[in-house]
Design a protein. Structure first.
Length: 110
């Protein structure tokens, strides 16, 4: 599978268009489309891999393991583009608000 095909599949699964992914990565909005015929720079590929939460090796097709090696997944709890789950089920918005209050050190009843 080509780099562009892997990126298309991953971005689609995350609900992102290729243009939205490029903008989020801070690269030209049509840059990713060019990767069908041009090899991307490692810097740009790394930015896209970080957003898609996969390794650059996976995007390049040198491994079938999408997990980034040695990089813990990090996500901002305020990021509305992220669906938080626990045991495979989405966390209700009211529970996310409770978690935010607890993490900020505030009483859950405030």
């Amino acid at each position: 599978m080509a780099i562009l095909d892997r990126i298309k599949d991953l971005s689609k699964s995350k609900g992102l268009s290729l243009q939205a992914l490029a903008i989020k990565a801070g690269i030209g909005k049509n840059s990713i489309y060019k990767w069908d015929t041009q090899t991307p720079s490692i810097e740009k590929l790394t930015k896209v891999a970080d957003i898609l939460q996969v390794s650059t090796d996976y995007l390049l097709g040198t491994t079938n393991n999408p997990s980034p090696v040695g990089k813990p997944k990090q996500v901002a709890i305020e990021d509305d583009d992220v669906i938080m789950t626990f045991e495979g089920k989405p966390i209700p918005p009211e529970d996310i608000e409770l978690m935010k209050r607890l993490l900020r050190g505030k009483d859950a009843n405030e």
